[in-house]
Each structure stands twice: as structure tokens, then as C-alpha cells.
Design a protein around this ligand. Structure first.
Ligand SMILES: *[C@@H]1O[C@H](CO)[C@@H](O)[C@H](O)[C@H]1NC(C)=O
Ligand SMILES: *[C@@H]1O[C@H](CO)[C@@H](O)[C@H](O)[C@H]1NC(C)=O
Ligand SMILES: *[C@@H]1O[C@H](CO)[C@@H](O)[C@H](O)[C@H]1NC(C)=O
Ligand SMILES: *[C@@H]1O[C@H](CO)[C@@H](O)[C@H](O)[C@H]1NC(C)=O
Ligand SMILES: *[C@@H]1O[C@H](CO)[C@@H](O)[C@H](O)[C@H]1NC(C)=O
Length: 489
């Protein structure tokens, strides 16, 4: 073997040594917040090659780093794939450390992330890697496309925003932190944690009852959504732990074909407005195998949401799975074809909720809840067409029509402070085709509340419910036939 063939591995060894020393240095300096991550980085990601260049201070013009395929030294060091073999896209790993990120939590790694994104975006099947052995702090950033297909944003370490409003750069948007926009085919995944550092935001005196002596101060109260996807399609979000968001954890707006799988979302029960996953103006969404505990809606579905499939999600504590609120300020709202299957909701203020403001237009239709287990939940099943935040709402003659809603196999226990079933539908625009089968709800503790609230609702009990609901009326009221205000698309 020629001497030059031996030189490369030796160089590599040297690079690894340098890196090891650097990592040890980092590890010693960290105190306070600790986030242990036991899972090793995935194969091919975070391998030794991805570290090459970590000690280089500037961003190379062509920093593509090849994967560790068959142990052969990388030809030339920066060529993505071996030109001798037939073309097949392989992941090129863009480790943020190679762009100057420190992972030291107190440092600002924003510029490194932006540079790594620009590089990864330009290459097919790229992986932007947040490595497992660091805590990376970045400020508000929009990661926008279009990018080459197959892009993966992989968080194996800890990624977080600055700690609270006082540390938020004054020029940064206070409504959002990580934004992914104009992308087709992005995957956000990893074995790591996105830590929202939300506590100081929750305690702002403008948040409910956080002002002096339990008051709520008036004035702007913007807090950032942790992760927002905007105007994007073919998205996958998988496997991450996301916690302590200042406001919503995830928000999908203007997207289509979204798959959310295996997330673990966690914030305290008393953290205000920390919805787990919010969806609006978004079509074809699957939310699966996730566990969400927080201080507001587990999943909230806003206007313009179609074909949403939710399965095997565990919620609580929190405010349950919510469609709405819809129709605020006399707006038109449309939501159709939402399925919730095999869900568990525990210790929540609501279970399955549909809420609309008076005075809206449009409809909520084709909503199926099938196989939901409740445990100590207030308002297990609720349709509220009189949703109103300041208790001074006037009665109005229009409403968002709620129709074709089915509750099947909803079982478990309720918190006796509220009726477990509550249908408060509009006088002028009643709810229609509400069907119930195999609904059995019993008190978690205390006396039965066998007096469901039921107003202006049409539909049928296919099997007797516990508690019994006797007010569902047959047919459809004439006022709803051919009412143009209720049409959607
Ligand atoms: C809070 O309440 C206490 C006792 O009622 C009162 O003395 C104090 O002035 C109040 N503080 C404010 C900021 O309102
Ligand atoms: C349901 O989701 C949990 C994660 O919350 C997962 O461990 C479990 O395997 C899933 N069950 C099925 C049947 O997929
Ligand atoms: C409802 O949404 C599901 C996806 O969740 C889709 O497969 C189905 O075709 C949709 N049904 C209608 C009637 O659009
Ligand atoms: C609004 O309508 C409800 C139901 O008909 C009625 O109980 C309530 O008194 C009305 N409120 C006002 C302010 O008119
Ligand atoms: C009632 O709603 C169900 C879905 O929950 C739907 O399958 C059925 O066709 C609707 N019935 C009528 C009469 O529209």
C-alpha cells in the first residue's frame, strides 16, 4: 500500500483526537440545566466524517460531507458520492458544528445554523445535524425553501431559544421562533429535545392572573410559537421531544400532506396558551402515536383544516382535543373530515370539544370520534356554539353550522364539576346529524351528573348513552336547507 493511502486514516485519527479534547472541554463547563440523551446518533449520521471541518472557523464554499458508507476514505474529502458507482442519493451530513456552532448553551449559534441550512438546502438528501452532545441556542430563524428534495433537519442534541423575553433580541419577532416555510418534503426528526424555555413568558404580568395580586395586565402579550410550518407540503415531524414552549408548541399553517409521528410534547398544566399541535388552513394531516401534556389544547384545529386523521394520541393534562374556536368576528370558517381514533384523554379541562363564536358562517362537518378513553375529564363531550371569551358576547342570528358529528366508543370517567356531555347549539343554526353510539361516562369520583346539557341539537342515539341524552331531535330544521351562509367548498 502506498504511503499516501496510510496518511488519510492517520489524519482522521488526529481530527478525532482534537474533537474529543474539544468535547471534553465543553462537557466540563456545563452546569445547571442538564438533558441526558442516551440514544446514540443514527447510523450514517454524526459519524466521524461529519466532524471533519469542526475546527475550521469559516464556512467552506463546498462543505458537503459524504456519509460513512463502506469504510473507504472519502474521495477527495468533499465529494458527496463515488462517481464510479451508479448515482443514488445518499445523505450528506451538515453538522452545525462544522459551521461554527459551539453547542455550549450560553453561546449564540444562530449564524452557524443559518449557514448550515443554506448549505444543506442546496444539496439533495441532505441532513442538517444538531449533534447529540451539545445544547444549541439560536434566536428566531426562518428556515425557508425551496430546497433540494429529501432534506432532513435532525435534532439529536438539545436545541433552544434564548431564555425568556428579557433575553430575546429586541429586533427579533416575538410571535415565533423556528419557522419552516416554503418547503416541499422536509423531515424534522431526531432523538433530541427542543426545549422552549417558556417559563418567563408564562409569567408575564399580561398572562391570565400573572399580574400583581393575581390580576391580568392589559397590553401586548406576544409570545413565540416554538415551531411553525408555513406554506409547506410533504412534511414529516418524527420522534422529537418538545417541551416548555412559550406559546403553541407546533403550528401548521397553509400546509398540506403533513405526517406527525411519535412526538412527546410536555409543558406544565398551568402554562398558558401552550397548545400542543395547532393546525389551520392545512389539508391531509396525520397525527399519530404521540403523547402531549400541556396547559392548553392538546391538538387544536382551526379554520381551513381538511382531512385530519388523529390516532393513538394520549393527551393530558391540558384542554383536550379541540376544533375551534371558529367564526370569530363574524368570519367564515370551514373544517371538514376530521377523525380521532384510539385516543386517551386524562386530567383535562375538556375532552372532545367543538367551539364556535356566535355570528360566524361556514361549517364544521364530518367529524368522527371513535375509541376515546377519558380519565377524570371535565366536559368530556362538548359542542359550544356560544364560545365567548369576555362574557359580553351578544346573541347573533348566524353561526358556524356543526353537522355530521359522530361519537362512538367514548368511555371513561368525568370530573363531576361539569356535565360530561354538553351540546349548546345555536338557536338559529342548530347542530345536525349528531350521532352517539357506545358512549359510557361515569364519575371519576363523587356523585353522578346525569343531566347532560343539550340545546338545539339534532341527531340520534344509536345505542343508549350513559348518562342518557334525550334531547337529540329527528330530522333537519327548515332554516338550514339551502342556507348559502353555511356553504364551504
Ligand atoms: C396587593 O394586595 C395587597 C393586600 O390586599 C395590597 O396592600 C397591595 O397594594 C396590592 N398590590 C397591588 C400592586 O395592587
Ligand atoms: C401508540 O403510541 C405510543 C407512543 O405514545 C407507542 O409507544 C405505541 O406503540 C403506539 N401504539 C400503537 C398500537 O401503535
Ligand atoms: C377524509 O380524510 C382521510 C384522511 O384522513 C381521507 O383518506 C379520506 O379520503 C377523506 N374523506 C373524504 C370524504 O374526503
Ligand atoms: C341569548 O340567547 C340565550 C338562548 O336563547 C338566552 O338564554 C340569553 O338570555 C340571550 N342573551 C341575550 C343577551 O340576549
Ligand atoms: C350523518 O353523519 C354521518 C357521519 O357521522 C354520515 O355518514 C351520514 O351520511 C350523515 N347522515 C346524513 C343524513 O347526512
Amino acid at each position: 500500500m502506498a504511503a499516501s493511502r496510510l496518511a488519510l486514516p492517520r489524519l482522521m485519527l488526529l481530527a478525532m483526537l482534537v474533537l474529543l479534547v474539544a468535547l471534553l472541554g465543553v462537557g466540563v463547563g456545563v452546569d445547571g440545566r442538564s438533558h441526558p440523551h442516551k440514544k446514540p446518533p443514527r447510523a450514517g449520521v454524526g459519524s466521524r466524517h461529519s466532524r471533519v471541518g469542526a475546527s475550521v472557523g469559516t464556512v467552506a464554499s463546498s462543505p458537503a460531507i459524504p456519509p460513512d458508507d463502506d469504510g473507504a476514505p472519502p474521495p477527495g474529502g468533499i465529494v458527496p458520492s463515488d462517481p464510479a458507482t451508479p448515482f443514488r442519493p445518499e445523505p450528506c451530513v451538515f453538522d452545525v458544528r462544522a459551521y461554527g456552532a459551539t453547542g455550549e448553551s450560553t453561546a449564540d449559534d444562530t449564524e452557524a445554523f443559518r449557514a448550515a441550512w443554506r448549505a444543506a438546502c442546496a444539496v439533495e438528501s441532505a441532513v442538517l445535524l444538531v449533534p447529540s452532545d451539545g445544547t444549541f441556542t439560536i434566536s428566531t430563524t426562518t428556515f425557508s425553501g425551496p430546497c433540494k428534495p429529501g432534506l432532513v433537519f435532525q435534532v439529536d442534541g438539545v436545541l433552544m431559544p434564548p431564555d425568556g423575553p428579557d433575553c430575546w433580541p429586541p429586533s427579533d419577532n416575538r410571535r415565533q421562533w423556528l419557522v419552516f416555510s416554503n418547503l416541499d418534503g422536509l423531515t424534522l426528526r431526531g432523538a433530541g429535545t427542543i426545549e422552549g424555555n417558556g417559563e418567563e413568558w408564562w409569567n408575564l404580568p399580561c398572562k391570565p392572573h400573572r399580574g400583581p395580586n393575581g390580576s391580568t395586565l392589559h397590553g401586548p402579550c406576544d409570545s413565540p410559537t416554538l415551531i411553525r410550518f408555513f406554506e409547506s407540503c410533504n412534511l414529516v415531524v418524527q420522534g422529537l421531544r418538545v417541551e416548555n414552549s412559550p406559546e403553541f408548541h407546533f403550528r401548521f399553517d397553509g400546509c398540506s400532506d403533513v405526517l406527525v409521528d411519535g412526538l412527546f410534547i410536555s409543558s406544565p398544566a398551568n402554562s398558558p396558551n401552550t397548545d400542543g399541535i395547532h393546525v389551520e388552513n392545512t389539508e391531509r394531516v396525520g397525527i399519530y402515536n404521540s403523547k402531549i401534556s400541556n396547559g392548553d389544547d392538546c391538538i387544536s384545529i382551526g379554520t381551513g383544516s381538511y382531512d385530519v386523521d388523529i390516532q393513538n394520541v394520549t393527551c393530558g393534562p391540558g384542554h383536550g382535543i379541540s376544533i375551534g374556536s371558529l367564526g370569530v368576528h363574524n368570519s367564515q370558517a370551514c373544517v371538514a373530515n376530521v377523525t380521532v381514533r384510539d385516543a386517551v384523554i386524562r386530567n383535562s379541562d375538556n375532552g372532545l370539544r367543538i367551539k364556535t363564536w356566535q355570528g360566524g358562517m361556514g361549517s364544521v362537518s364530518g367529524i368522527t370520534f371513535d375509541g376515546v378513553t377519558m380519565e377524570n375529564v371535565r366536559n368530556c363531550i362538548i359542542i359550544d356554539q356560544y364560545y365567548c371569551q369576555d362574557k359580553r358576547c351578544m346573541n347573533q342570528s348566524t353561526a358556524v353550522h356543526v353537522t355530521d358529528v359522530s361519537y362512538a366508543n367514548v368511555r371513561g370517567s368525568y370530573d363531576v364539576r361539569s356535565a360530561p356531555i354538553h351540546f349548546a347549539c345555536s338557536d338559529t343554526v342548530p347542530c345536525t346529524n349528531v350521532t352517539m353510539a357506545e358512549v359510557e361516562l361515569l364519575p371519576f369520583s363523587g356523585e353522578l351528573v346525569d343531566d347532560p346539557y343539550c340545546w338545539s341539537a339534532y341527531g340520534a342515539q344509536q345505542t343508549p348513552t350513559i348518562p342518557p341524552v334525550s334531547c337529540l331531535q329527528d330530522g333537519v330544521p327548515d332554516s338550514l336547507l339551502d342556507n348559502p351562509d353555511l356553504k364551504c367548498r
